[in-house]
Design a protein around this ligand. Structure first.
Ligand SMILES: [Fe+2]
Ligand SMILES: [Fe+2]
Length: 158
């Protein structure tokens, strides 16, 4: 795990999460249980991704640059609030067995696409430039230590 950069690791996780969401969208009309499992993987993974960023990655950037309020991580944290909001709204729909995302699905994907693009374009490459090999190894050690959230989404329990 420690052989890769922050950029490559987090970009790969963005792609993995987008793939799970695409699987959910593709299968929800024909195989709802399978679609719901893909959605659960997406929801759990997205929440963990945000925890990695807010608790490990962003503090590194903030410590190195002195930029916190008003800086790029501040903007990313604000966008995470909206992302979590869309995710919870969609979770409620999936829990009710609804196949129609009611527009929340496209709003979430639109926001995630813009958000991920900014992180991949600016934030991750900056962090890779700012930290040394020891700090990179320590960051990955802490990333690995973050457990999956105890409860995933309410839609899949039971
Ligand atoms: Fe993010
Ligand atoms: Fe991200």
């Amino acid at each position: 795990m420690t052989k890769q950069s922050i950029h490559s690791f987090f970009r790969a996780d963005h792609e993995r999460l987008r793939g799970l969401f695409a699987e959910f969208q593709e299968r929800k009309m024909t195989d709802f249980p399978a679609a719901r499992r893909a959605f659960q993987g997406f929801a759990v993974g997205l929440r963990r991704h945000i925890v990695w960023e807010e608790e490990i990655l962003f503090p590194l950037f903030e410590a190195k640059t002195g930029m916190k309020n008003g800086g790029p991580t501040h903007v990313m944290r604000l966008e995470h609030v909206d992302i979590r909001g869309y995710l919870s709204a969609l979770e409620e729909r999936v829990a009710r067995g609804e196949t129609d995302g009611g527009g929340t699905d496209s709003q979430l994907m639109q926001l995630l696409s813009e958000h991920d693009g900014k992180e991949e374009g600016i934030l991750y490459p900056s962090i890779d430039m700012l930290i040394g090999a020891d700090e990179l190894a320590e960051a990955f050690r802490r990333i690995e230590a973050v457990a999956e959230p105890a409860s995933g989404c309410s839609c899949c329990s039971g």
